[in-house]
Design a protein around this ligand. Structure first.
Ligand code: UDP
Length: 483
């Protein structure tokens, strides 16, 4: 009767679904009943967790076929090229009605809905249910987005190369215009996206609060700034990936099936010296041009480092089949020191292996946090969205990484970084005193991350505070009904 029941409604993208599943498992481990509203494509992931004994409730919602223009085969955001984004956004709107039916029927005590469902605040309000927002990013990025919106400092520069400082933040964070002003090739998509961002921000201010997959010791200035200066209600409850290690099953089923035999991959790593391999992966959504992939290959080659390089097979990358991006004889020449994974990699298991000494990352928040929890320095290569903010946390605030220097927000067909920049950045994290210093600091954050989720740690206690508040609301509502 007093047990809390929380509904989660994640966006259908690996970077949103993976931490939501972690969150649901964490809530269960703390005595809360959880249900995930899943969209096709991720039901299998939840089903797997259930089969291995995790008591997560699930409702699968399909896009209404008579109304949705989204092609049937599209199951997740990682399959969507930019030109399908308007259709995708419309399809998300169609989920409001079925979600409301579920809320009416089950009346959970809280709805944790992804930022990309701005209407969720109204749906929850209809049934007197508090809505929490989940963005899946860090405090620094939340504060930066808000300051970008308030001050619009990018309007004060006269060229794309001129840097500006984002005002009134705890650190002097510098950006250039193309890093923060999103860019789609088609004007219509650009306009729709702007409108959607405004709706998202407006919805957030009316929501009950925000859940942050971070921990206080990682970014205390920004946690305080967000809560005390920007006066947002927020709870940090991460790193979620550490909260609920469910054994091997858990790692193997993160997101998708791996494109490589995990044992084989780990065996390869186990044959290498500690901290001698650089892991290169750019998440689930970004794609590069052939030319850029070619530069990455050459950059890795001239850096002389051992590597695991994950090359995503994405939409609009028909060229994958021909592999023109691979320099002649590259794989043969580097076979002792390098491994290319074409598709999905078992990222957590790789990062946790002691042979891995550095991570070239696109700074998606999950990957960044996984890098932090593994205690490795990073080469930061943000590609789009809030990744440019996350980069600043790694390079300027925590000082556990080196930027490769990408200046352009472009999700599909990103390019412009030359092999020399890649080589230099990789060497800086893998070699010499500078790299060793970053590694020492990274190891300290790894330890702090672990402590944050232990009993009485900062994330543990913040989650308790959230549960207490939700329980008080539940009791208050019951008392009102009984009057
Ligand atoms: N991931 C993985 N294997 C891959 C690529 C990504 O396991 O080959 C996981 C990664 O560990 C992370 C998530 O997918 O948990 C990607 O989320 P992130 O926020 O880093 O980036 P996004 O994909 O949303 O851009």
């Amino acid at each position: 009767m007093n047990q809390l029941h929380v509904f989660f409604f994640p966006l259908l993208a690996p970077g949103h679904m993976i931490p939501t599943l972690d969150m649901a498992k964490l809530f269960i481990s703390r005595g809360v009943k959880t249900t995930i509203i899943a969209t096709p494509g991720f039901d299998k992931l939840i089903e797997n967790a259930r089969e291995s004994g995790c008591d997560i409730g699930m409702h699968v919602l399909k896009f209404p076929p008579e109304k949705s223009e989204l092609p049937d085969e599209i199951k997740s955001l990682d399959q969507i090229s930019d030109d399908l984004i308007p259709m995708f956004a419309k399809a998300l709107e169609l989920l409001q009605e079925p979600v409301e039916k579920l809320l009416e029927e089950f009346h959970p005590d809280c709805l944790v809905a992804d930022m990309f469902f701005p209407w969720a605040v109204d749906s929850a309000a209809k049934f007197d249910i508090p809505r929490l927002v989940f963005h899946g990013t860090c405090y620094l990025s939340l504060c930066s987005s808000e300051h970008m919106r308030i001050y619009e400092p990018f309007k004060n520069v006269s060229s794309d190369s001129e840097q500006f400082v984002l005002p009134d933040l705890p650190h002097e964070l510098k950006f250039t215009r193309p890093q923060v002003v999103f860019h789609f090739d088609q004007e219509e998509i650009q306009n729709d996206f702007t409108k959607q961002l405004i709706r998202i921000q407006e919805s957030e201010t009316r929501s009950y609060g925000v859940l942050v997959n971070s921990f206080y010791e990682l970014e205390p200035d920004y946690a305080d700034h967000y809560r005390k200066v920007l006066r947002r209600k927020a709870w940090h409850i991460g790193p979620l990936l550490l909260c609920n290690k469910g054994g091997e099953e858990y790692k193997a089923q993160r997101g998708k099936e791996s494109a490589i035999d995990e044992d084989e991959c780990l065996e390869w790593l186990n044959s290498k010296d500690p901290n001698s391999v650089v892991y290169v992966c750019f998440g689930s959504l970004a794609t590069f041009t052939e030319k850029q992939l070619h530069e990455i290959a050459n950059g890795l080659d001239i850096s002389g480092q051992k590597f695991i390089w994950v090359v995503r097979k994405g939409k609009n990358q028909e060229e994958d089949e021909t592999e023109n991006w691979l320099p002649e004889g590259f794989e043969e020449r580097t076979k002792d020191k390098g491994l290319i994974i074409r598709g999905w990699a078992p990222q957590l298991s790789i990062l946790e292996n002691k042979a891995v000494g550095g991570f070239v990352t696109h700074c998606g928040w999950n990957s960044t946090l996984e890098g932090v929890c593994s205690g490795v320095p990073m080469v930061t290569w943000p590609i789009f969205a809030e990744q440019f903010f996350n980069e600043k946390l790694v390079t300027d605030v925590l000082r556990i990484g080196v930027s490769v220097g990408n200046k352009q927000w472009k999700r599909m067909g990103s390019e412009g970084i030359e092999r020399e920049a890649i080589d230099t950045a990789i060497r800086r994290i893998m070699e010499g005193e500078e790299g060793a210093e970053m590694r020492r600091r990274a190891q300290e954050y790894k330890e702090k991350a672990r402590k944050a989720v232990e009993e009485d740690g900062s994330s543990y206690t913040d989650l308790n505070a959230l549960f207490e508040e939700l329980s008080a609301i539940k009791v208050g509502q019951r008392d009102n009904r009984d009057k």
